[in-house]
Structure formats: C-alpha cells, structure tokens
Design a protein around this ligand. Structure first.
Ligand SMILES: CC(C)(COP(=O)(O)OP(=O)(O)OC[C@H]1O[C@@H](n2cnc3c(N)ncnc32)[C@H](O)[C@@H]1OP(=O)(O)O)[C@@H](O)C(=O)NCCC(=O)NCCS
Length: 147
C-alpha cells in the first residue's frame, strides 16, 4: 500500500536511504518532509511511502518529488528526487507502484511531464526508469568544479 509519509515514517525512510548510500542523513529527510507539509501544492503530498501488506506500519520504500515551474525555461513538470526500495523488498513491484502513485499525484495537479536524474553509470535505476517508459529528455546537465 502507498500512502503519504508521516513524520514517524521518516526514520525508516532515512534507514532505507542509508542502507543504499552508506550515508545516514535523518535531518535532510526530516527537513524535506517538513517542507512538503508546508507546501499545499498537491493534496496528499509528493512524499509517499510503501508499507508492507503483511506487516502494516513497516515502511519498505519511499518516493519524493516536487512540481517545479519555468526553471531553465521549462513548463511546469513533476520531478522525482528520490526513490528507494529496501533491499529485501525489491523486484516485487514496489518501485513501480511508488512511481505510478507519484505520477497520479502529478496528473491530479495538472502536470503532464515527469522528470528525474540518474547517474550515467548507475545501471539499476537506469534500467528501472527505462522499463517504466522514461527516456532521455531535451536538457543536458552542465557543471564545473568551483575552486
Ligand atoms: C530501482 C528500485 C527503486 C526498483 O525498485 P523495485 O521495487 O525493485 O522495482 P520493481 O519491482 O517495481 O521493478 C519494476 C521494473 O524495474 C526493472 N528492474 C527493477 N530492478 C531491476 C534489476 N535489478 N535489474 C533489471 N531490471 C530491474 C524491471 O523492468 C522491473 O519490471 P519486471 O518486474 O516486470 O521485470 C530499487 O532497485 C532501488 O531502490 N534501488 C536502489 C536505489 C536506487 O537506485 N534508486 C533509484 C534512483 S533515486
């Protein structure tokens, strides 16, 4: 089941992220959750968790997004910033369900384009997002080191 994240879920979100990245950052996820609650842009929110049907209350995955408008000349679109599923719960459709749920939230807000960013060499999310129909978009990310 997918539902809006509650503050009490954020520790589990941070633990899933830390398992993947090796970098615990509870404060970051708490701040993101607070920011989502302050923004009334989308009823139901864009910080969602998947909970295990067999263990109600156990958070097994999460997705976070935001609607941004007119940056880089882009018409309003829905960004997916983070999507993770706990390692023991993968390949059961949880990631797909979370992506569909946030897509439905974007659509309900009138948004017709969803975007994310993936590291070129990170094949797992690349395969996942490609499998979900997401393709290279019209923008190229540019960057440089600042001394
Ligand atoms: C990427 C991730 C979110 C996928 O979650 P998931 O719940 O395992 O994905 P699903 O079970 O919904 O899989 C949906 C589709 O994705 C693709 N996919 C998922 N995992 C895959 C893998 N290990 N290898 C190849 N394809 C894969 C498949 O096409 C799959 O469809 P299928 O089941 O019909 O074959 C999960 O692996 C994860 O959290 N990875 C680590 C963090 C990460 O990379 N996050 C994404 C970027 S922020």
């Amino acid at each position: 089941m997918v539902r809006p994240a509650r503050r009490a879920d954020v520790a589990a979100v941070s633990a899933i992220d830390a398992e993947i990245t090796g970098l615990p950052k509870l404060e970051h996820w708490l701040e993101l959750h607070s920011r989502q609650r302050r923004s009334a842009a989308v009823a139901g929110g864009l910080f969602l968790v998947a909970v295990a049907a067999e263990e109600p209350g156990r958070v097994v995955g999460f997705i976070v997004g935001e609607i941004r408008a007119w940056e880089f000349g882009s018409a309003p679109c829905g960004w997916v910033y983070a999507l993770s599923v706990a390692s023991g719960w993968r390949l059961r459709g949880v990631g797909e369900t979370l992506l569909a749920a946030i897509g439905a939230q974007f659509r309900a807000a009138g948004i017709r384009k969803m975007r994310t960013m993936v590291a070129r060499d990170n094949l797992l999310p690349m395969r996942f997002f490609r499998g979900e129909g997401m393709m290279a978009g019209p923008y190229i990310q540019l960057e440089k080191d600042l001394e």
